[in-house]
Ligand binder design. Structure first.
Ligand code: AMP
Length: 176
């Protein structure tokens, strides 16, 4: 599927102005998820891209990343690793804090989630400023994971998130 064909999936994404706060146009993916053809097309395209890459873990970011990450890990026949907000994972974790527009946020991953040298695919629903994904890349690398690529359903290109991920390969399906 070409980039133009991926962008055709944009018609399934709903814009919600001023959510969760004024000035943000929230990209609502539930309208894509509920459409069996659109959800399948998005997942099949991701599967096709990574099926021969010998990925051993899909690492996905809470919470919308879990939807694509979980389904993709099942299709790829590899393991799934959740990255969660601070305090949610029950066992020992590595944590990383990163800057938000106002304040900071902390994400965690289980210390035994990734073995040194494992090929990891990072998955989230949307790349905005890249702060979240670049923090997770640092976590994965600290654990010795080898990041094959960071994959997103949506990229807000005007926020230049790729610059924060410049040491990694980045793939996105729908761009704005
Ligand atoms: P960032 O760290 O700025 O790249 O933000 C990425 C994270 O915030 C992702 O997990 C997204 O789910 C969420 N996010 C940021 N901006 C939006 C938006 N406009 N619509 C929906 N989700 C967003």
């Amino acid at each position: 599927m070409s980039q133009e064909n991926f962008n055709e999936l944009a018609k399934y994404i709903r814009d919600i102005p001023d959510f969760p706060k004024k000035g943000i146009i929230f990209k609502d993916i539930t309208t894509l998820l509920k459409d069996k053809e659109a959800f399948k097309r998005a997942l099949d395209a991701l599967y096709k891209r990574y099926k021969d890459k010998d990925i051993s873990k899909v690492v996905a970011i809470e919470s919308r990343g879990f939807i694509f990450g979980g389904a993709l890990a099942y299709k790829l026949g590899c393991g799934f690793v959740p990255v969660r907000k601070k305090g949610k994972l029950p066992s020992q974790t590595h944590a990383i804090s990163y800057d938000l527009e106002y304040g900071t946020d902390t994400l965690e991953i289980h210390t035994d989630a990734i073995e040194t040298g494992e090929k990891v695919l990072l998955v989230d629903d949307l790349l905005a400023t890249g702060g979240t994904a670049s923090a997770v890349c640092r976590l994965i690398e600290k654990m010795g994971g080898d990041i094959t690529e960071a994959a997103f359903l949506i990229e807000l290109v005007f926020l230049h998130g790729r610059e924060k991920l410049k040491d990694h390969k980045v793939f996105s399906m729908i761009t704005y």
